[in-house]
Design a protein around this ligand. Structure first.
Ligand code: PXP
Length: 237
């Protein structure tokens, strides 16, 4: 089974654009779970244009499935996430000005840093996943630094899917087998949508979780949140 974790950053972005509390992030998170989502993901960035660090304790209190916090482990992220203790933290190497994440970690050149950060989170029982491109060297590096899981960056897959799906997924298939053999859990995310998700799920073995935000929120404008979540769950069957 592959769990669907709904990334609610875009909901927070809409809320923040008017300064009030509409849409209400707490209600959305509760409803996503009621509609079948098996996790809630947020990605606090230094400028807090999406979810805010102050949203994290509330979300930790109300999420009953799996609460995943992703982001670049700068000192503030480390402090705030350690205090909240989500079920999973996903380390992402995006810069402070990044529009969105567009690459995974080079787990070899950041080995010492990642080892420290991962040990820190694991010491309080938080599962740690690290965002990587589908590249054997970085998957092996993820094992060396002590990650529990990897999250494959699927942006390139999504871009290439329309032209050549077989080639687009090939490295993910290979690296998933390697990761599983190394004892790493496998997550995936970025630019996954209702078109490219079923093929990804069919071709990538041992896929534990996908986190999906942008396309899911866009689809919800047409289909409604409940139908949309059901459609994504179906795509993962
Ligand atoms: N995984 C990571 C590490 C991300 O940074 C994001 C975007 O915040 C996602 C998954 C979800 O990507 P999308 O919004 O394109 O579904």
């Amino acid at each position: 089974m592959t769990r669907l974790s709904v990334n609610i950053n875009k909901i927070a972005l809409i809320r923040n654009s008017r300064g009030g509390n509409m849409p209400d992030l707490e209600k959305i998170a509760r409803d996503c779970e009621a509609f079948g989502a098996q996790g809630i993901t947020v990605h606090p960035r230094p400028d807090e244009r999406h979810v805010r660090f102050s949203d994290l304790p509330m979300l930790k209190n109300i999420v009953t499935t799996e609460f995943n916090v992703e982001g670049n482990p700068d000192p503030r992220f480390l402090r705030e996430v350690m205090a909240v203790r989500p079920h999973q933290v996903t380390l992402v190497p995006d810069g402070p000005q990044a529009l969105t994440s567009d690459a995974g970690w080079d787990t070899l050149s950041h080995q010492a840093f990642l080892q420290d950060v991962i040990a820190h989170f694991k010491s309080v029982g938080i599962r740690v996943s690290i965002f990587v491109d589908a590249n054997e060297r970085f998957v092996e590096g993820a094992k060396v630094v002590g990650a529990d899981r990897i999250e494959f960056y699927t942006g390139h897959y999504a871009k290439d899917f329309a032209n050549n799906p077989i080639e687009a997924v090939e490295a993910h298939h290979r690296c998933a087998i390697l990761a599983h053999d190394l004892g790493l859990g496998i997550n995936a995310g970025h630019d996954l949508n209702l078109d490219n998700l079923p093929y990804y799920k069919a071709q990538v073995p041992h896929l534990a979780e996908v986190s999906i935000g942008h396309a899911l929120v866009c689809d919800a404008l047409y289909y409604g949140l409940k139908n949309t979540i059901q459609l994504y769950l179906k795509a993962l069957q």
